[in-house]
Design a protein around this ligand. Structure first.
Ligand SMILES: [Mg+2]
Length: 425
């Protein structure tokens, strides 16, 4: 693309905003912004965004570095945070503002580099060829982007540059420790030298598999993982074994704008058994919506969308029931686009017997389209919103953001989140 040298390598970057929600708060409040001229100047207040500032049990969603230095951390309760840092300024979240700011920052990145892919509300990947006339000095190109974001939004960021996406994610984390906020691992050897001494728990994207690598396969560093024979990883983790092997060797063949670090999935489905027989439609629909939200969350995490949506009901005594699915003219991973079809299936097939278990599934999957250059802003806005919701849930538990309907007595989400060890709300 761009008529660049076809022999050029692509450099992949990951940019991440510092303490995003808290930074937006500081940057949009006149009393602090006045002091926020120089990026290096750390006169920022100890400020935290907290779920419910009226209650000391509200959870800290984000905190400025000054607040963190004072002992405040995310997911802490407000009471605890104030105990650690009595001068803490705390404010309620302004999600719409964060999303609007996110959309504009993403737009800045997208306009700066030939390839771009949103990753979360405050992170995105980008890529550019090297060597190239437009970006003769990769570190400078990344530094210029940081400066542009600072100048326009007064938000600090850091950038990892590497030969591939996974390594860029790792470099981004390592960039915390370098001055200037940009770290470039220019060669495969640089990547390996940097990652192999790190503890296996620092390996991005493994989740619980890191614990298995430590406990069952005796790996303490990423280098230990790289030295394991592929066969052992495959025997223990199946297809994931290949991914782990590749990452530990600093490799990642995923392209920007297509599915990335997660493996393709045949379909998503969630099922829940109810505490009693549900006989009212409004009770059953609450559960259906909760399950649909979970299915969509998982599909979005894998950047997949499904064309076929299915509903299963099991009746009292766990004997009768049905499973029906409908194929749609479009693919989606958003509840609001899929919910009405589930209601249709419910109304067409439910014989009003007492319901004891409900399942929702999404399959006939495809990958989300890359975000195109002519992307309508509201698509991005919606993605950013859901990315925020997903992120809050990932960090603070399934129940941290719930639909209001889940608070009704019929809702099962809070109960189930307990069962899988989620945070109590
Ligand atoms: Mg961040």
């Amino acid at each position: 693309m761009e008529g660049t040298d076809l022999t050029a390598e692509w450099i992949v970057g990951l940019i991440d905003m510092q303490s995003f929600y808290a930074s937006v708060e500081v940057a949009t409040r006149a009393e602090y912004l006045r002091r926020r001229f120089l990026e290096a100047d750390d006169s920022d207040p100890a400020l935290a965004v907290t779920g419910d500032p009226k209650r000391r049990s509200g959870i800290i969603l984000a905190a400025t570095p000054a607040a963190k230095a004072c002992g405040v951390s995310t997911a802490m309760r407000l009471g605890e945070a104030l105990h650690a840092c009595p001068s803490l300024v705390y404010v309620p979240p302004r999600m719409q503002l964060y999303i609007d700011t996110s959309v504009r920052i993403h737009e800045t990145v997208r306009q700066t580099f030939p390839k771009y892919e949103p990753f979360s509300v405050d992170e995105c990947f980008f890529a550019f060829p090297s060597p190239s006339d437009l970006f003769p000095d990769p570190v400078q190109a990344a530094a210029d982007l940081r400066t542009r974001i600072w100048n326009q939004f007064r938000i600090r960021s850091r950038v990892g540059l590497a030969p591939n996406k996974w390594a860029a994610k790792m470099a981004n984390k390592a960039a915390k420790k370098v001055s200037g906020g940009v770290l470039w691992w220019r060669s495969q050897e640089n990547v390996l030298d940097a990652i192999h001494p790190l503890p296996v728990t620092d390996m991005w994207g493994l989740k619980r598999r890191a614990a298995t690598l430590q406990a069952e396969l005796g790996c303490s560093t990423i280098g230990d993982v790289a030295r394991l024979p592929l066969g052992r990883l495959r025997a223990r983790f199946g297809v994931w074994g290949e991914v782990i092997h590749r990452w530990a060797n600093g490799l990642d063949y995923s392209e920007l704008n297509t599915d990335t670090m997660s493996l393709p999935h045949q379909g998503y489905s969630h099922r829940t058994t109810l505490p009693r027989d549900y006989t009212r439609r409004d009770e059953v629909t609450v559960v259906i919506l909760e399950l649909l939200d979970e299915v969509c969350t998982r599909a979005r995490q894998a950047q997949q969308k499904g064309r076929r949506i299915g509903l299963g009901l099991t009746y009292a005594s766990l004997t009768g029931g049905f499973y029906k699915a409908k194929t749609l003219p479009f693919a989606s991973n958003h509840s609001e686009a899929l919910y009405s079809t589930l209601l249709e299936l419910l109304d067409r097939h439910w014989d009003l017997s007492g319901v004891r278990a409900v399942s929702v599934s999404l399959d006939q999957l495809g990958f989300e389209d890359g975000v195109q250059l002519n992307l309508l802003e509201d698509i991005l806005r919606r993605q950013a919103l859901w990315a925020t919701v997903d992120e809050v849930r990932r960090n603070y538990g399934e129940t941290s953001l719930m639909r209001l309907s889940s608070l009704l007595p019929a809702g099962q989400l809070r109960e189930r989140a307990h069962k899988i060890g989620g945070h109590t709300a």
